[in-house]
Ligand binder design. Structure first.
Ligand SMILES: Cc1cc2nc3c(=O)[nH]c(=O)nc-3n(C[C@H](O)[C@H](O)[C@H](O)COP(=O)(O)O)c2cc1C
Length: 217
């Protein structure tokens, strides 16, 4: 697949079929992580691949309660503060957080080595370089999966989810967990929320920031 076609085709898919991802394809996809730029050149990423309903249920155990609590508290309030594309995505995505991770049947848990100030208490912007590098690697994984005809969904751990995952898989000290990555084949009827329309020309400024025209947003 041409690179720009991969960019166009990559979408967050939250509805998976039961077709399995082979270890061979998964290895190719995860290898893409090590082609991303990293702040320290060390590429200290590790992946725990979790397969099988019981194993996945064990690592995502806290999600059910967290998502329910979050949804009950926030959905109505968010309708007033989100734009309509964001809200449409959100109302589709929220109820699927747990199911999408379980149904992919190939849940990848990425870990990155982090040192310096605590991840959630950065001293300066470069304290976040390990985190930023991890996300560059994650984007490579998403693109490689797309090129292989696969689809992915992300879930950012909330509340105690990251600590739960670290303990459940015996992650060594110093490693951080940025997100769950569900990898699988899209269900034939997978719902894709409307993509935000962006006119690139409106977002590129020459020398100084030009004010947006009313049609630009
Ligand atoms: C940093 C980051 C965090 C995200 N967190 C979640 C998440 O917790 N749950 C989820 O379902 N999708 C999550 N997403 C996916 C976004 O909702 C999705 O990328 C966005 O709606 C645009 O849709 P697209 O990926 O199909 O282009 C996340 C994406 C990014 C880059």
């Amino acid at each position: 697949m041409d690179f720009y076609e991969v960019l166009e085709k990559r979408r967050t898919v939250r509805d998976f079929s039961d077709r399995k991802v082979t270890d061979e394809v998964l290895k190719k996809i995860l290898a893409a992580a090590f082609k991303a730029p990293t702040n320290d050149h060390l590429r200290q990423f590790e992946f725990v691949v979790v397969r099988g309903q019981e194993n996945i249920a064990r690592v995502i155990a806290p999600l059910a309660g967290n998502i329910q609590g979050f949804t009950e508290k926030n959905v109505d309030a968010l309708a007033n503060v989100m734009d309509k594309d964001e809200y449409a995505m959100f109302t589709d995505a929220m109820p699927k957080q747990q199911k999408m991770l379980a149904e992919s049947d190939c849940l990848v848990l990425p870990f990155f080595f982090h040192k310096g100030s605590p991840l959630l208490e950065p001293e300066c912007l470069s304290s976040l370089n390990y985190f930023a590098s991890a996300w560059a690697a994650i984007e490579n994984i998403l693109l490689a999966a797309t090129a292989e005809g696969l689809a992915c969904a992300l879930h950012i751990p909330i509340e105690q989810e990251a600590e739960h995952v670290k303990q459940a898989v015996n992650a060594p000290d110093g490693y951080e967990f940025p997100c769950f990555i569900a990898i699988g084949y899209a269900a034939p009827n997978a719902h894709l929320p409307r993509q935000k329309a962006v006119n690139v020309e409106d977002r590129i400024h020459q020398n100084v920031w030009q004010p947006s025209t009313p049609s630009a947003r």
